[in-house]
Design a protein around this ligand. Structure first.
Ligand code: SAM
Length: 264
């Protein structure tokens, strides 16, 4: 088995002040050169919930465009510094090391692949719809104005979430155009929605591919403990700095009201 460097950092305890009162949560962020391998070595049920965003498959990752469509004929492609996803078996470990939900961003083409691997532990393929997506530059096929969110759960524990009978489709602009962003940075509103839907105050959320720490910020604002890992030291520093700033807490009620186009 491949050895993984991971130094198990100290928790950082923080109290956030907000309209809904004080919220206490702890976080730690660390460099891990291979979170896939690390998860295979972790004990069963180590975390309450995983909410994460691993690399995407090559066909998605290698075609990501940067910039905006305004006034240009072709938009430069992003050169990502990390390898695309080549295996999906990490999801088996993710469900094993988690007590409740595993929520992972993915291309919608991944839904069936994850379902084949997980069987009944695959619960739902949900959709993040992005109204500000770019159109299809080649104009020969439908543009993807959405990403997948795969929702998985162990079979031994009864499933529950905070969305009651609501839909697995969430509307939120992407972070395209945001200055100095991580190339895959997820919008804070969407992260607040997912954290409030799938976890409870006081639980610990594990994010083995944390990038800019957007999911971590949502966790701390909502009073969830957060453990984030990333292979890129620059993004570990940036995420740590992001989570160490003065962030106002928000209520679950507020977060659950975000990203709805219709219904609850
Ligand atoms: C899709 S991005 C996450 C973006 C993040 N959700 C955000 O909002 O900024 C995936 C991240 O995983 C990291 N990564 C890629 N392969 C990894 C690996 N094997 N182990 C740990 N981190 C990895 C990359 O450095 C990248 O920051």
């Amino acid at each position: 088995m491949r050895r993984v460097s991971f130094s198990a950092p100290e928790w950082i305890r923080c109290v956030r002040n907000g309209n809904s009162g004080d919220t206490e949560a702890m976080h730690k962020i660390e460099i891990c050169n291979d979170s896939f391998a690390l998860m295979s070595q972790m004990a069963d049920g180590s975390y309450d919930v995983i909410i994460t965003d691993p690399p995407y498959a090559a066909e998605v990752q290698e075609n990501m465009c940067s910039g905006s469509l305004a006034g240009v004929k072709s938009v430069p492609k992003y050169q990502l510094s990390f390898a695309p996803l080549t295996q999906r078996h990490w999801i088996v470990d993710a469900v094993r090391i988690t007590q409740r939900w595993v929520i992972s961003f993915c291309g919608v083409e991944e839904f069936g692949r994850y379902q084949d691997i997980l069987g009944k532990k695959y619960v739902r393929g949900a959709i993040w719809a992005k109204p500000n997506s770019m159109g299809q530059l080649t104009a020969d096929r439908p543009a993807t104005s959405y990403e997948g969110v795969v929702c998985c759960h162990d079979l031994d524990i009864k499933k529950r979430w905070n969305g009651r009978g609501s839909y697995g489709i969430w509307f939120c602009n992407g972070t395209r155009g945001l200055r100095d962003r991580h190339p895959n940075e997820k919008p804070l509103e969407l992260c607040l929605k997912l954290v409030s839907l799938f976890s409870e105050r006081g639980e610990t959320v594990f994010d083995p591919f944390c990038g800019s720490g957007a999911i971590g910020e949502a966790c701390l604002r909502l009073g969830r403990n957060y453990v984030g890992l990333d292979s890129d030291p620059q993004w570990v520093d940036r995420a740590s700095a992001r989570l160490s700033t003065d962030l106002e807490s928000v209520s679950d009620e507020y977060a659950l009201g975000l990203c709805r186009a219709w219904g609850r």
